[in-house]
Ligand binder design. Structure first.
Ligand SMILES: NC(=O)c1ccc[n+]([C@@H]2O[C@H](COP(=O)([O-])OP(=O)(O)OC[C@H]3O[C@@H](n4cnc5c(N)ncnc54)[C@H](OP(=O)(O)O)[C@@H]3O)[C@@H](O)[C@H]2O)c1
Length: 254
């Protein structure tokens, strides 16, 4: 059987590490051409070379998606160089936790600019291409996958603005779903629990240790586990839409 994403093109943001990098590999393994976007170009080029080396085209795009013009340019380059856009994975995100009191508010700005504005601006830029793909592709649909978090369902002390951004991603995904259901652009919200990535490296001292402490005794997810779930969602037949995927390590309680 031919790989299920043969003939399609996917753009994955935040693909220089973690879940985004693993998702690029998974979608490429299903036959998609992949555009991988983030700020660290060298890492993207290495990934693209590795994926391209398996005989599938991959394109590295340096893009800071908090800048609307760069988000638009990432979408434009994908379509110019790979020919179309069938799947957008809005994965780029930051988790800068800590109590509200005395928080460095520039951390809040960074999360709002990336987790929310980056995601909505990239989606907006991609939309005409996704609508065209839904109309003319053999698959009969297109996909927007938004990577949220368990933190998009459950708020915790010390996580207020991250919770705010990820709850926002959930609301936007559902509104998007309703708006584009009849035009066959599917919306999938992915809500991982703890995953082994670089995400906690960016926490400030003190907070980092506290957050890591929560998960020292359990076997947390690998990025590839989440990538598998994303690949599963976007390879369903057009009439099946997995709108929400909550994926936690088996031993994670909260
Ligand atoms: N790890 C977890 O436990 C966990 C749990 C739930 C949800 N998530 C979500 O999963 C997503 C991916 O995170 P991850 O865990 O894979 O962490 P990660 O390894 O730190 O990946 C984050 C990615 O976002 C990119 N990025 C950061 N700022 C960017 C910007 N301004 N423009 C473009 N790309 C940017 C980073 O690349 P550059 O630095 O090269 O730009 C990197 O590729 C996030 O949305 C996160 O909230 C993670």
């Amino acid at each position: 059987m031919a790989p299920l994403l043969d003939g399609t093109v996917a753009l994955i943001t935040g693909a220089s590490s973690g879940i985004g990098e693993a998702t690029a590999r998974s979608l490429a393994a299903q036959g998609a051409k992949v555009a991988v976007a983030a700020r660290r170009l060298e890492r993207l080029e290495r990934l693209a070379a590795e994926i391209g080396g398996h005989g599938i085209t991959a394109l590295a795009i340096q893009s800071d998606v908090t800048d609307q013009e760069q988000a638009i340019a990432a979408v434009d380059r994908t379509v110019e160089e790979l020919g179309r856009l069938d799947v957008l994975v809005n994965n780029a995100g930051q988790m800068l936790l800590g109590p509200i009191e005395d928080a460095p508010t520039e951390e809040w700005d960074r999360m709002i600019d990336l987790n929310l504005k980056g995601l909505i601006n990239t989606t907006h830029a991609a939309l005409p291409h996704l609508l065209a793909a839904a109309e003319d592709s053999e698959r009969g649909c297109a996909d927007v996958v938004n990577v949220s978090s368990v933190a998009g369902r459950v708020a915790r002390a010390g996580s207020g603005v991250y919770n705010l951004t990820k709850h926002g991603v959930g609301a936007f995904s559902e509104s998007f779903r309703q708006e584009f259901a009849s035009r066959k652009v599917r919306s999938t919200l992915v809500e991982p629990g703890a995953v082994e990535t670089e995400l906690t490296d960016h926490l400030r001292n003190g907070v980092r240790e506290q957050v890591r402490e929560r998960f020292t005794d359990i076997h947390i997810l690998e990025a590839a586990d989440v990538a598998d779930a994303i690949a599963y969602a976007v390879t369903r037949p057009w009439h099946v839409s997995l709108n929400e995927i909550l994926i936690r390590p088996t031993e994670q309680r909260g």
